[in-house]
Design a protein around this ligand. Structure first.
Ligand SMILES: NC(=O)c1ccc[n+]([C@@H]2O[C@H](COP(=O)([O-])OP(=O)(O)OC[C@H]3O[C@@H](n4cnc5c(N)ncnc54)[C@H](OP(=O)(O)O)[C@@H]3O)[C@@H](O)[C@H]2O)c1
Length: 97
């Protein structure tokens, strides 16, 4: 029997590091190919949020940092795809694993 995937459901994607080199490129590529998906983006402050909002007005901004494991956990749980590309050199990412 042939099984079909639902086509009406939009995928949700949660990203970190979008204002950086790797995350910025990855987000651009994915958003260009799938503009119909829902996107949530973790940003560290209003200035970064404004930069992301200007480029991607449909993305939902989530304010926080690597240290906010409760926010990252909650947003990740809502997402179908999670992409984390932030810099980890301060060791803060250890808190989340
Ligand atoms: N670039 C490369 O060629 C390369 C190659 C191999 C591996 N990598 C790895 O890929 C990752 C990303 O590299 P990148 O070159 O894209 O770095 P990047 O351009 O410096 O970008 C870093 C990103 O991480 C965010 N960030 C930094 N500290 C954060 C914190 N405490 N909480 C939340 N977000 C934080 C920055 O946000 P703000 O805008 O707020 O600063 C920015 O979006 C790194 O782990 C790096 O080691 C990079």
């Amino acid at each position: 029997m042939k099984r079909c995937l639902p086509t009406s459901r939009l995928l949700t994607r949660f990203s970190t590091g979008v204002t950086g080199y790797i995350g910025g490129d990855a987000f651009y590529e994915l958003e260009s190919r799938h503009p119909d998906w829902d996107y949530s983006v973790l940003v560290r402050g209003r200035e970064r949020g404004a930069q992301v909002a200007e480029k991607y007005p449909n993305a939902r901004l989530v304010y926080g940092t690597n240290e906010d494991s409760d926010i990252i956990e909650a947003e990740s749980a809502k997402a179908d795809i999670v992409i984390r590309t932030f810099v980890c050199s301060d060791g803060s990412c250890r808190l989340q694993h």
